[in-house]
Design a binder for this molecule. Structure first.
Ligand code: HEC
Length: 143
């Protein structure tokens, strides 16, 4: 009883905050086959989110931003939706995003501005491919 409640709770939280589409046809089976919510790419994205939160506070304190995510894994990590890379859109967005991270690391100028550009690149990809977490990602923006 306790365990099933816990799983159910996890699914509700996962589907309201994280999943790309809350009302997908696949949802019924996804909630039963919970592992779908924990694809390699989903885990990488959670790591990326924490990483960005961390960098946000580093920039606010005037420290040098330091990422720990291995960005190249964006191109190889197994996604929930197996054909996410099929039409080339994802790959193009990933390249632009990685480029924006490099610019942030290398810039001698305003890091806040570069950081906000990077967050915009997260949102760009999500708008096309995975709208679910956009609200959460927008909170990373530095005002
Ligand atoms: C190239 C496209 C792309 C970029 C860039 C991108 N994402 Fe994602 N993101 C995805 C896809 C696709 C998923 C769905 C992963 C899955 O379910 O396998 C996802 C999932 C997520 C999730 C939900 C993970 C979960 O628990 O299921 C979060 C949060 C997230 N991304 C945050 C971010 C943040 C923060 C950035 C930028 C720092 C970012 N994303 C950049 C494509 C992208």
């Amino acid at each position: 009883m306790k365990l099933s409640l816990k799983i159910l709770g996890g699914c509700i939280i996962a589907s309201s905050f994280f999943s790309c589409q809350n009302t997908d046809k696949k949802e019924a089976t996804d909630t039963i086959n919970f592992p779908n919510k924990d694809s390699e790419l989903a885990l990488l994205m959670r790591e990326l989110f924490e990483d960005a939160e961390n960098v946000k506070s580093q920039i606010r304190k005037g420290q040098t931003p330091a990422f720990f995510t291995e960005f190249e894994k964006l191109h190889t990590a197994q996604p929930t939706d197996t054909d996410v890379r099929e039409d080339g859109q994802y790959t193009a967005f990933a390249d632009v995003f990685i480029q924006s991270v490099r610019q942030l690391i290398n810039t001698e100028e305003d890091k806040t501005k570069q950081y906000n550009k990077m967050v915009k690149r997260c949102v760009d990809c999500h708008q096309q491919i995975c709208p679910g977490p956009i609200k959460k990602i927008r909170k990373l923006h530095i005002k």
